[in-house]
Design a protein around this ligand. Structure first.
Ligand code: IPD
Length: 290
């Protein structure tokens, strides 16, 4: 049966706002507590806290109460599930966990729904800045449910990467070949000049894939490029980005070689993330091996 995307969006917004409150309270508790916590996952810079786990548990419970037939793939409970055609919620309880631990306010909860692998609902909520980005397929993308995205005047067609503001991330994968690829791309982007001699204006690393994507959707960034995102980092963001008129690319070309193809990018708003295969007009998500 047809899904009621409007009511699903309203549900997801409420859920993200509630998760945000838990994230804020969780941070206050952490900063007030004397005991050191053990936050390391795959390596010493891949971090998870008890708050990530508690918030994911909360999100899963709410979704399974409201939509018992839907599937869920979450960052903290992921054990190799693939995205199928079934309605599948894909989320990260805290995107920007390192920021959360340090008190750097680029932290959000990111909740998306895919149907047939296509993101159809997306909500990203930063409780520290009280910014809510949301979208449902065919209904546009909004900041704080009022401001239509992209924000008027922010999108200026770029003739090339010259004068672009671009987000990139180092991520937690620091061993070869990943790190040299990332560094090479950062170098190329920094040194890139277009035919008119204009340079990339600057690179930014905010520490949250979802916030980077939301900022591309709003027009505050021209592009986001990263090697090594996971579906829970990007599902909500891709829905928001598409509804704001942006585009997402991934797969074999640029991300796997670490090269940013300036020709391909020229003049448009772009997001490039690994693990996403674009189709004609929609992005279908795939899970890669961890
Ligand atoms: C990570 C952040 C980071 C990005 C990684 C993500 P986490 O998510 O978004 O900025 O570089 O690719 O996995 O670990 O904070 O949930």
């Amino acid at each position: 049966s047809e899904l009621d995307l409007d009511s699903i969006l309203a549900f997801a917004i409420k859920l993200a706002l509630e998760a945000g409150e838990k994230i804020k309270a969780g941070q206050e508790n952490r900063f007030a507590s004397e005991s050191a916590s053990q936050d390391e996952k795959v390596n010493s810079v891949d971090l998870v806290t008890e708050v990530d786990k508690a918030v994911e548990k909360f999100i899963v419970e709410k979704i399974s109460e409201a939509y018992p037939d839907h599937k869920f793939i979450g960052e903290e409970s992921y054990d190799g599930q693939q995205i199928t055609d079934e309605p599948t919620w894909i989320g990260s309880p805290i995107d920007g966990t390192t920021n959360f631990i340090h008190g750097f306010p680029m932290v959000c909860t990111s909740i998306g729904l895919t149907v047939k692998g296509v993101p159809v609902v997306g909500v990203i909520y930063n409780p520290f800045l009280d910014q809510l980005y949301s979208a449902a397929k065919g209904r546009g993308a909004y900041l704080n449910q009022k401001q239509k995205l992209p924000i008027t005047g922010r999108i200026k067609p770029l003739a090339s990467l010259g004068q672009a503001l671009i987000a990139t991330e180092y991520g937690s994968e620091r061993s070869p070949p990943a790190l040299p690829r990332k560094i090479r791309a950062f170098e190329k982007l920094t040194a890139h000049t277009d035919v008119g001699g204009k340079m990339v204006h600057a690179l930014r690393s905010l520490g949250s894939a979802a916030i980077n994507i939301a900022l591309v959707a709003s027009g505050g960034l021209d592009m986001y490029w990263e090697v090594g995102c996971w579906p829970w980092d990007v599902t909500a963001g891709i829905c928001i980005l598409y509804e704001a008129g942006g585009a997402a690319f991934g797969g074999k070309t640029s991300p796997s070689t670490g090269d940013v193809d300036a020709g391909l990018l020229a003049g448009r708003k772009y997001l490039l993330v690994r693990g996403i295969a674009p189709t004609q007009s929609e992005t279908t998500l795939q899970v890669q091996q961890r």
